[in-house]
Design a protein around this ligand. Structure first.
Ligand code: ADP
Length: 308
């Protein structure tokens, strides 16, 4: 079963801007899906249409098989959405925000209270339940957005930049929480600017650029397309040069840090053998940039070249 099927979806805003140009997207039930793109690419428009907050110009959207044109309520009951903008009433009590949302979906009060306790505890907000939204920190408000979106226990959870401006600790807590939800069967669609986050969490990825889908792939096979990677090596002792017998392209960042490029065909073992032959001891090793980021930048660049 497809959790989401978007077919030839087009959106032209009243000012004539073509934000989506006949896009197609399929997200399978149980997937953890990354929808990536630069600012203005069309991600929020896509999400807005799926959640019926934005009217489409043409095309079809099915949520768990429900056509949003003819079975909107059934489609909406499957979806929980965490929008980019914080949109609470500042003087509303946390518990009311949550219980009212459940009421909006017709969840009986007793069940709503149980769910509220469960998710508020999960997100570390249970102690704050009697406070007003205004008193919460930015990170807490983000977590509250997620709790609110879960009150109808949606089969499809859509998060638009959930970790924007969030500190590292909270980001990791959210990653873990979302992974658990996904393991329990919730389909998740995520937009994010943190490509490390997308690579780490997501099973499939689509890249949207200028209102068109330019990539739609399995994350692992997409990452495998990278034909070279740049590694940063921290050395035990300072070096000023490496003899010419060393075959790998390298650059000194400083006298104890080397940048080395290796192709997909070259195993890391070969690099280490060559370094050992030169008597070079490596203390630590990391990728220069995140691999998904390298691919993303290349693809966007190629697409710009092709369309100008
Ligand atoms: P993203 O979420 O990827 O940053 P958006 O979906 O917000 O992209 O925007 C896609 C394009 O549509 C952008 O060029 C944006 O300026 C434009 N856009 C978004 N909302 C409106 C609107 N209400 N009216 C006109 N243009 C809009």
């Amino acid at each position: 079963m497809q959790a989401l099927s978007v077919q030839n979806l087009t959106k032209e805003y009243p000012n004539g801007l073509l934000a989506l140009n006949s896009i197609n997207l399929d997200v399978a039930e149980g997937d953890f899906f990354a929808l990536l793109g630069q600012n203005g690419a069309g991600k929020s428009t896509t999400i807005g249409i799926i959640c019926s907050l934005v009217n489409k110009s043409s095309g079809k959207v099915f949520v768990f098989g429900h056509d949003i044109d003819t079975e909107l309520d059934a489609a909406k009951s499957c979806i929980g959405v965490v929008p980019q903008e914080l949109n609470f009433h500042p003087f509303e009590k946390i518990s009311n925000v949550i219980i009212n949302q459940a009421g909006y979906y017709g969840v009986p009060r007793k069940i709503a209270e149980k769910r509220a306790e469960h998710y508020l505890k999960k997100m570390g907000l249970w102690e704050k339940r009697d406070q007003i939204v205004l008193r919460l920190s930015g990170g807490m408000k983000r977590r509250l957005m997620i709790v609110r979106a879960l009150m109808n226990e949606p089969k499809l959870l859509i998060l638009d930049e959930p970790t924007a401006g969030v500190d590292i600790e909270l980001r990791h807590t959210l990653w873990q929480f979302l992974s658990e939800l996904n393991d329990q069967g919730t389909t998740i669609i995520l937009t994010t600017h943190y490509l490390e986050e997308a690579e780490h969490l997501c099973k499939h990825v689509a890249i949207i650029d200028q209102g068109e889908i330019i990539e739609h792939a399995n994350m692992k096979s997409f990452i495998n397309r990278l034909d070279s990677q740049t590694m940063i090596l921290d050395l035990e002792s300072p070096l000023s040069f490496i003899p010419s017998s060393f075959q790998y392209p390298y650059k000194f960042i400083d006298d104890t840090t080397l940048e080395i490029k290796i192709t997909k065909k070259q195993a890391l073992n070969g690099l280490f053998n060559a370094l050992t032959e030169q008597g070079i001891i490596v203390k630590s090793l990391r990728n220069k940039t995140n691999r998904l980021e390298e691919l993303f930048i290349d693809l966007i660049y190629e697409n710009k070249q092709a369309t100008t």
